[in-house]
Structure formats: C-alpha cells, structure tokens
Design a protein around this ligand. Structure first.
Ligand code: MN
Length: 444
C-alpha cells in the first residue's frame, strides 16, 4: 500500500472536497450541456470518442514545474519578492505540491543545478512524500558559480579554450549523476554562448565545438536518457548566439547522437516565427524532444502560457496530436517533455502555475476536438477557408467543463485558484518562512 501523502496545511483534501461540494452540481450541469452540444453537432461521433474519453486524455496531460518558477522572477532591473516565497529547494517542492494538488496536472519538478543542489536522498524523500517526482534536470553554464576555476564570460561548451569546455562538460556530467540519483530521465542544456560584436565569433568553429561538446555529454548519458537541446536567438549574446534557432539545434542534435532532441521554448523565437510549423518539422525528423511552455509578447518574456497568444498554443497542440498520429501509425510513440519555463514577476507563482496547467490543457482539449479527417479533406481539396473554419470551430468550443471535470476526477480542485486564495497558504508560509530566514535555516 502506498504511503499517505504529506498534507501541507492549510491545504488539505477536506478543504478541496468542501469547495468541490459547493460547485459540483453547476459543473455537472455545464458538462452535460457541453456533451449534448457536441453530440448534436456530430463532433464526438466524427472523432469516434466520448466526452469522458476526452476528459481522461486531458487529465493525462501533466506538466513539469520549473523549480525556478516557484519563486518570484524578476528582470535585469530588479526583483520584487512576494511574501512567503520559497527559499530552499525543499520549500520549492512544498509549493510545487500545492500546484499539483489543486490543478491535478503537475506531478513532476524540473531542477536547475547548481541552484537546487541538495542531497539526492533528501530530495527523493521529500518529493516522494508529497507525491512528486523529478523531470528533466537542467545544467547551467550561462553564469559563473562561486569557486569556479574558469569563467564562462566568453562561452562555455563552444569556448575556444579546451580547458573551459572541459569544465563545462564536466559540470554537465555531474548534473547527469545527480539526475540519475533522483530519477530524472533527461538533461536539458541551454547555453548563452555567443557574441556581442561582429567578428568576435568564428561561427562555424564555434558551432562545431558545441556539437562536439554535446556529443561527449551524449555519450556519457545513461541508455534510457535523452539530451534536450534548447535554442534561443539572442540574449545574453546580442549579436549572435551559437545555437540560435531550431535548424541549428537540429543540426547539433543530429551531430551529437541519436538520443539528442530539440527542446522548443515558446519564447525563444523572433517575433512572427511560425512555431507550430517548427514543431511539425522537428517531429518529422524524429527530433522533437519537448517544450518549455510560456508566452511572449515581445521576446523571451516568460509570461504565462496562453495569456497572450492562446490560438498559437492551440495550433502547436494540433501539430503535437498530428505528430502523435504519425508516430503511432509508424509503430512508435512520441515521448515529449512538457515543462513550464516562466518568470512570474508580479503574479503569485503558485497561482500562475495553476493557470498554466489550465491553459495547456485547454489548448490540448480543443486540439483533440479537431476533426483531422475533414481537415485533410480540406487540405487535399485546396480549401483554405474550410480548413481555417474547421480549426476555429474547435478552438471556439468552451472546454472549461472538461478541464474542471478532469480535476474533479483526480480529487483536485474544481476551482483551484479560489481554493488557493481562501486557504491562507501563502500567509501561513510568509510567517513560517520569514522565521526561517531570521534563523538562517532552510535556505540553500
Ligand atoms: Mn527555456
């Protein structure tokens, strides 16, 4: 029998159940109305599914929480920490458990090393008691760490000096060791390597050095691990980044080894980039590794997924579903990492992460409602309007009852934000964590 999960007062199952009891009959009514509407329109029949099946699939979408997204983020101009935010990795895990408990869709955490360094057994024990496990683990060679021998100021995995590259590779290998000990199955690498001035970088040699470094890291991975390579057009380098786009990341992955995959961070594109098309192409090459979910208005803004461009998020999920179909028909399966990478500057991070789970599932549910057979017919018949309207029809369906029902069936909260706000969790942590800070305990 599994051990009972550790309760995080004041958020208890009783609190969630009491709130659910109040709104349950309204939800049942909305859910039944949606089911009738979809049946009348022939949507479920065309898809060969039922609303309950759809709800089950939506409930399976589970996002990994970024340890760094549980504290207040900031910009290079400043940071305004909120009351009761987590200090240590263990406090971050406590808050992650609240997101998971209320949203029913965030049971894994992605750690960032060295920010979250701790004893593996303590991490596993703490996470396990909260019903959490660990997702891809992130290395960090985009900043110098205290006591580090050589600087990454002018590059890490691409640095012209082999000794700097060696140090960066060794850091990645030590992160893999920690990841192994806590049950991770992937290493995520994002490097800030690049140039601020024309002429600074030998483009081709820099890229070849990165690919070679990644190849060495890849060859040291456990057999059931994947290497996830993230790209980004600019920042911190403002003239050129070595891995600046998906094509470059794809080339680096193909050079590094067969378990290297491209990680698509939604904010890591120049304005107007067609991300759903990139997703389709990467999947076609068998190199789509997963996502860092967030949204963007101007650049790498790291705002809440779906808060600016929900239609784009929906179109991305449409391509994921298409890629899953293709993989299945070829006898395989897509194994994608769904991670959140956001910076919550003014929102309460727990609330923002709950909202993110909700937005991702909303986009996924709507994408599942696309009649792909009819879409192919429109594509074959060269009917742009028919194709566009078909997508819009699915996008316009209000799937919120499906999301709420998915949460209810997982004993999570029908209205997670309301439960969080009424619980007083943040105020309780503010008292406790302030006390911790005064005694210097609990902070890594
Ligand atoms: Mn990212």
């Amino acid at each position: 029998m599994s051990k009972p999960l550790r309760e995080l007062p004041p958020i208890t199952q009783e609190l969630i159940d009491a709130s659910n009891a109040e709104v349950s009959s309204a939800l049942e009514e909305d859910y039944a109305a949606l089911e009738r509407q979809l049946e009348r329109r022939g949507v479920l029949r065309a898809l060969g599914t039922t609303l309950d099946e759809l709800t089950s699939r939506v409930a399976e979408l589970d996002l990994a929480l970024p340890s760094w997204g549980l504290g207040t983020g900031g910009t290079r101009f400043g940071r305004f920490p909120g009351p009761g935010e987590p200090g240590s990795v263990f406090e971050k895990l406590d808050d992650a458990a609240v997101v998971n408990r209320l949203s029913g869709g965030a049971s894994r955490v992605s750690l960032h090393i060295p920010w979250d360094g701790a004893e593996p057994a303590a991490l596993v024990g703490h996470a396990g008691a909260l019903g959490l496990s660990f997702d891809a683990i992130n290395s960090n060679t985009f900043q110098d760490q205290s006591g580090q021998k050589l600087s990454y100021r002018l590059g890490s995995l691409s640095h012209p000096d082999g000794a700097v590259r060696r140090q960066a590779i060794d850091h990645n290998l030590s992160v893999v060791e920690l990841g192994r000990a806590i049950g991770s199955k992937a290493l995520t690498v994002w490097i800030g390597d690049g140039a601020d001035a024309p002429g600074q970088l030998h483009f081709r040699r820099s890229l070849e050095r990165v690919a070679s470094s990644l190849g060495e890291i890849h060859s040291a991975l456990p057999v059931d691990w994947r290497l996830l390579v993230e790209y980004k057009p600019y920042e911190p380098a403002f003239y050129a980044s070595v891995i600046q786009d998906w094509g470059t990341a794809l080339w680096a992955c193909e050079t590094a080894g067969d378990r290297a995959r491209v990680l698509v961070d939604l904010g890591h594109h120049l304005p107007g980039a067609n991300i759903e098309q990139i997703v389709a192409y990467l999947a076609a090459r068998g190199r789509l590794g997963g996502f860092h979910l967030n949204d963007s208005k101007y650049g790498d803004d790291d705002v809440t997924a779906g808060s600016i461009k929900p239609y784009q998020l929906f179109l991305i999920f449409c391509e994921i579903i298409e890629a899953e179909r293709e993989a299945r028909s070829a006898g395989g399966a897509l194994d994608l990492a769904y991670m959140i990478d956001q910076s919550h500057n003014t929102k309460d991070p727990i609330e923002a992460l709950i909202a993110t789970v909700q937005e991702a599932r909303k986009a996924y549910a709507r994408a599942l409602l696309v009649d792909r057979v009819r879409l192919y017919e429109h594509q074959t018949a060269c009917d742009p309007l028919g194709a566009e309207l078909l997508l819009k029809d699915a996008f316009d369906i209000d799937v919120r009852p499906v999301l709420a029902m998915a949460r209810k069936r997982k004993q999570a909260a029908i209205d997670p934000i309301a439960v969080f706000r009424s619980s007083g969790y943040r105020a309780a942590r503010a008292l406790e964590r302030t006390a911790d800070r005064k005694t210097g305990g609990g902070i890594v």
